[in-house]
Design a protein around this ligand. Structure first.
Ligand SMILES: [Zn+2]
Length: 263
């Protein structure tokens, strides 16, 4: 017998996706050129210790989506999470920070009030640590529906989902595409193929991952895989930018911002 629960879930997901991509948009025109951003979500200590130096040694910086509730914790998949020392070091070294929900809640299951309270709490957490210049927010699990997008769209921050692909042409700052290195998303091969697409035409590729190490979680990457991406970028004419940098450029270059940001 057909699994109608599964089908209705799939249909529901598709409707959510179409609604999310069609409404509450903040459209900006991409400048000419090829750009890439490297992001770390949540974030595990291994990313700060192993990946940050790989970026820094090339003169690059990343964007770190902090969920304050993970501070000092040990997670089953990721191991040790960031601590205040990691945050301070990244800040000192000029990295960019993004916001997540404080307790990493799924925005699709949360009321508008709870999403707002979670963002507020996370921003307070960052502000207490001297991090005030936060230009973007990533939906935990990439999970978003129109209601959550509507709650977040008036925020000044750009919003990042997890739909893979290049941001090119006109981009929706309330639904930036991003390529995860997790295994269920094609892992490194997917990222390398997006990178090849970027070499062929202008756009902005956002790559995100979580832990880095010899035995990463399904949502992380090994050092050698990560290094493979960095080397490919290094050998290209792609410019590495933080998400914060690119958001500033989009806003500065905007002739006529639309919707919420026109006000
Ligand atoms: Zn996350």
């Amino acid at each position: 017998m057909a699994d109608f629960g599964y089908f209705s879930q799939k249909i529901g997901d598709s409707i959510d996706r179409i609604l999310c991509e069609s409404f509450e948009k903040r459209d900006y025109k991409m400048p000419k050129g090829r750009y890439i951003s490297f992001c770390f979500d949540d974030f595990p200590k291994s990313a700060a210790e192993l990946a940050a130096p790989m970026l820094e040694s090339r003169g690059w910086r990343g964007t770190w989506y902090v969920a304050g509730g993970f501070l000092g914790k040990t997670e089953p998949h990721y191991g040790q999470m960031f601590d205040d020392g990691d945050l301070e070091k990244l800040k000192q070294n000029g990295h960019d920070f993004g916001c997540h929900t404080f307790d990493h809640i799924d925005c699709r299951d949360a009321s508008p009030e709870l999403i707002q309270a979670q963002c507020r709490k996370n921003m307070e957490f960052l502000t207490e640590r001297g991090i005030t210049d936060v230009a973007s927010f990533a939906y935990p699990f990439g999970s978003v529906n129109l209601s959550a997008k509507r709650v977040m769209a008036p925020a000044a921050m750009a919003l990042r989902g997890v739909k893979p692909g290049l941001n090119r042409g006109t981009v929706d700052l309330s639904m930036l595409k991003a390529c995860g290195l997790q295994t269920d998303n094609g892992g490194i091969a997917r990222a390398m193929s997006d990178l090849e697409a970027l070499k062929r035409s202008d756009g902005w590729l956002i790559i995100f991952t979580h832990d880095i190490g010899p035995k990463p979680s399904p949502w992380g990457a090994t050092q050698s895989d990560y290094s493979q991406i960095l080397q490919a970028v290094e050998a290209s004419d792609i410019e590495v930018v933080t998400v914060g940098d690119m958001v500033s450029r989009l806003r500065e270059g905007a002739q006529t911002p639309t919707h919420a940001e026109a006000a």
